[in-house]
Design a protein around this ligand. Structure first.
Ligand code: ADP
Ligand code: ASP
Ligand code: MG
Length: 493
C-alpha cells in the first residue's frame, strides 16, 4: 500500500482512547458504497480490502451501504403502496429476496452461516412487506415510516459483510447505527447530536475494537434519543463514516466507491474526466453540495473540524491512490479543477418595481421559503432591487410560491410586487478550484466557453469561499455546459 501515515498520526495526544502504555494506536474508518457491496464479487473484493487494511492498521471500523439500487427499491415499494398499489412492493420483495439469496449462496458455505443469514434476509424483507402493507392500508407514508423502511437495506448488508469476514477468519460483527448515531427527528435528513453520538459510539465500539473485532456498521442510519430510526439523507453513508471517524479520533477516513476518486467531472457525463489527486475540504465541499454525488455534502464537516484526512478510493481498482482531501488547497492561480451539475431544480423569481428600497422584502421572502423547509441552493438579487431570484428543488416550488404569496399578500395587492413565478427544469453548473480565488478573468473564461456553444446563462453566483462559481442553465443545455467547461476551461486551461 501507499506509504501515507499508517501508524503516524502524531496529534492524537494523551486523550486518545487507544494510547495505553504510551503506544499510539491508530484507527481507520472505511466506508463501502452501494456498488462496492452490490454483488457477491463486489462483497468479496470489499472483504479482501478489509482484511488487507486490518493488517495495516491497528483498529478498523467499517461502514457499509445497502447494495446499489436497494434503497431506491425500498423507497419505491413504500411510495407505490401509499398510492394504493398493492402489487409493486410484492414484486420488489421477490426481487430483493432473489438478489440477496444469490449473493449469500455465492459467498457463504452451506455448512457455515449460510442458512442463518438467509433467515436474516427473510426477516428484514418480511418486515418490509409488513410495513408496506400498513402503508397501503393507511394510504400514506410518513417521513418517519420511510426512514424505518429504507434502513433495511443497510441492516441486511452489514450482516452479510460481517458473516463473509468471519468465514474468512476475521473477527467482525454487524452493528446497527441506530445504537450509535443519535440524531434529531428531521426524518430523511436527520442531524446527528454529536455529544450523545460520541458517548454511544465509544461505549459500544471501543470494547469491540479492544477485543480485536471489526465492527461493520450500517451507514445512512441513525435513531432519535427515543430510539426511533432516522436516516441521514440519500447518500448518507459517507456522512456516517465521517461521524464515526470523528467520534473515534480516526487517523483517516476512507470512502470506497466505484470510480477512481473525485474526478474533474462526473465520468458518466464526461468520459475524459480525470482523477484529482488532492483537493481541499472547501473545494470538495463545494463540489459535493453542487451535485458531485461521489461524496455526501455533509461528510466534510466532521472531518474538517478534526483535521482528519479523507480519501476517496475505488474498490475495483484499489491500487489507484484515489483522491486525498486535506485542509489546505493546492492551487495554481486561475485554474479550475472540476465542474459539477445538480439537476431537478427550479428558479423562483419575486419581481416588482415597488420592491426597490423597501427594507425587509428579502428577509420575509426567505422566511416564507424556510417555513416550507426548502433549502435554497443559490440566490441572486439584481442590483436594481427589482427582483430576487433563488434556486430550490422543484418538488418544493408549489409550497414555496404559495407561502411567499401569502406573506406578500399586501404587496401583491398594492402591485409593489408584480408576480412570484418559477422557471422549472433548470440546472446549476458549478466550476470549482481554489485557484479561482482572487484571480480576475475566470468568470469571463467560463462565460466565453459557454457562449461558444450558444449556452444561455440564466443566473450567476459566486460562493463566499470563492472557490466556486455557479451558473444556472436550462436542463436541456446542462450536459453540453458541463462538457464544454471541462474541455475548454479545465482541459484547455
Ligand atoms: P457510492 O454508492 O459508492 O457512495 P455514489 O454513486 O454515491 O457511490 O457516488 C459515486 C458516483 O458519483 C460515481 O459513480 C459518479 O457517477 C458520480 N460522480 C458525480 N460527480 C463525480 C465526480 N466529480 N467525481 C467522481 N464521481 C462523480
Ligand atoms: N443506501 C443509501 C442511499 O442509497 C445510503 C448510501 O448509499 O450512502 O442513499
Ligand atoms: Mg454515495
Amino acid at each position: 500500500m501507499a506509504s501515507h501515515s499508517f501508524f503516524c498520526r502524531g496529534d492524537l495526544g494523551a486523550e486518545n482512547p487507544y494510547s495505553g502504555g504510551g503506544v499510539i494506536v491508530s484507527l481507520l474508518t472505511m466506508k463501502f458504497g452501494g456498488t462496492s457491496v452490490g454483488s457477491a464479487e463486489a462483497l468479496s473484493q470489499a472483504a479482501a480490502i478489509v482484511q488487507e487494511q486490518a493488517r495495516n492498521w491497528e483498529r478498523l471500523v467499517v461502514v457499509v451501504s445497502a447494495m446499489n439500487g436497494v434503497t431506491d427499491a425500498l423507497t419505491r415499494g413504500a411510495r407505490t403502496a401509499a398510492a394504493g398499489d398493492e402489487r409493486t412492493y410484492h414484486g420488489i420483495v421477490t426481487d430483493l429476496r432473489a438478489r440477496h439469496y444469490t449473493t449469500v449462496d455465492a459467498l457463504l458455505d452451506a455448512n457455515g452461516e449460510r442458512s442463518r443469514l438467509l433467515g436474516t434476509v427473510d426477516k428484514y424483507l418480511d418486515e418490509f412487506s409488513t410495513f408496506c402493507q400498513s402503508v397501503y392500508i393507511l394510504g400514506e407514508v410518513t417521513p418517519r415510516a420511510m426512514d424505518t423502511i429504507t434502513s433495511l437495506g443497510e441492516r441486511i448488508n452489514a450482516r452479510i459483510l460481517a458473516a463473509v469476514l468471519r468465514q474468512k477468519g476475521t473477527s467482525s460483527e454487524a452493528v446497527d447505527a441506530t445504537d450509535l448515531v443519535v440524531t434529531d427527528d428531521t426524518f430523511q435528513d436527520a442531524v446527528p447530536l454529536m455529544d450523545a453520538t460520541r458517548a454511544q459510539v465509544r461505549a459500544r465500539l471501543i470494547p469491540m475494537l479492544e477485543e480485536g473485532t471489526i465492527p461493520i456498521v450500517t451507514g445512512f442510519v441513525g435513531a432519535t434519543k427515543e430510539g426511533v430510526t432516522t436516516t441521514l439523507g440519500r447518500g448518507g453513508s459517507d456522512f456516517s463514516a465521517a461521524i464515526l471517524g470523528d467520534c473515534l479520533d480516526a487517523a483517516e477516513v476512507w470512502t470506497w466507491t466505484d470510480v477512481d476518486g473525485v474526478m474533474s467531472a462526473n465520468p458518466r457525463l464526461v468520459p475524459d474526466a480525470r482523477v484529482i489527486p488532492v483537493l481541499s475540504y472547501g473545494e470538495v465541499g463545494e463540489l459535493a453540495y453542487f451535485g458531485a454525488k461521489v461524496l455526501h455534502p455533509r461528510t466534510i464537516r466532521p472531518v474538517v473540524e478534526r483535521g482528519i484526512p479523507l480519501w476517496v478510493k475505488n474498490t475495483f481498482n484499489p491500487t489507484c491512490p484515489g483522491t486525498r482531501i486535506v485542509r489546505e488547497p493546492e492551487s495554481t492561480p486561475g485554474t479550475v479543477k472540476a465542474v459539477s451539475a445538480i439537476k431537478g431544480l427550479s428558479m423562483v423569481n419575486v419581481e416588482g418595481r415597488g420592491m426597490m428600497g423597501v427594507p425587509g422584502i428579502a428577509a420575509r421572502t426567505f422566511s416564507a421559503v424556510a417555513s416550507q423547509g426548502a433549502s435554497v441552493l443559490m440566490i441572486s438579487q439584481a442590483s436594481s432591487e427589482q427582483s430576487i431570484c433563488f434556486v430550490i428543488p422543484t418538488d418544493a416550488v408549489a409550497g414555496v410560491i404559495a407561502a411567499i404569496e401569502d406573506e406578500m399578500a399586501l404587496e401583491l395587492a398594492r402591485r409593489d410586487i408584480d408576480r412570484v413565478w418559477s422557471m422549472d427544469d433548470v440546472v446549476i453548473v458549478t466550476a470549482v478550484g481554489a485557484g479561482m480565488r482572487g484571480t480576475p478573468g475566470v468568470a469571463a473564461r467560463l462565460f466565453g466557453a459557454l457562449a461558444q456553444k450558444d449556452i444561455n446563462i440564466i443566473a450567476i453566483a459566486q460562493g463566499s469561499s470563492e472557490c466556486g462559481i455557479s451558473l444556472v442553465v436550462t436542463a436541456d443545455q446542462a450536459t453540453d455546459a458541463v462538457r464544454q467547461l471541462h474541455s475548454e476551461v479545465i482541459n484547455g486551461k
